[in-house]
Design a protein around this ligand. Sequence first.
Ligand SMILES: [Zn+2]
Length: 199
Amino acid sequence: MKILIDAGHGFDTPGKQSPDGLLKEYAWARDIAKRLEAKLKQLGFDAQRITPEENDVKIATRVSRINAICNSVGANNVLLISIHNNAAGHGTWGTGKGFSVFVSKNASANSKKCAAMFTDEAIAHKVMGNRSIPVGKYWTWSWTKSDIGILKNSACPAVLTENMFMDNKEDCSFLLSEAGKQTIVDLHVAAIQKYVKSL
Ligand SMILES: [Zn+2]
């Protein structure tokens, strides 16, 4: 089983920071991706970051990296996690807070099962904030005709974690704290362990 970790945006992705500029999504996601990779390897998993560089890597490039690995080891022997921060996106501090997990509209049963395990672990780690829990315990981009490219086009089961709101003051300081980072890594590890065990 190969666990692929995508760190989302690059330093050159526009926007994507907290209103005070202290949390930069690309840097935070890379920090978490490195911690997650290290922890998974320590536990004996075959984990790999697919965006080791600091710049924004085009979705198509990321997908081709992922699918090359899927082709060589079999798509069902691969799991992709894409790490992000949520934002209400008004450029000011907002009230939306908490964790959510997304799958594509064409998601496989395994993607949905894995996402539900992430929601269960987010509940267990008390980071749901004021997010509602959808039927099935996963979100999709239901409000638009478009879809999440990296999830839609990757051949393997794939989920995208929106790790709380970088434009919520409480969430933001939690995300920047050592305890907060550890909590987010722990919940990812627990969900991945459950998913792998379920196969
Ligand atoms: Zn993002």
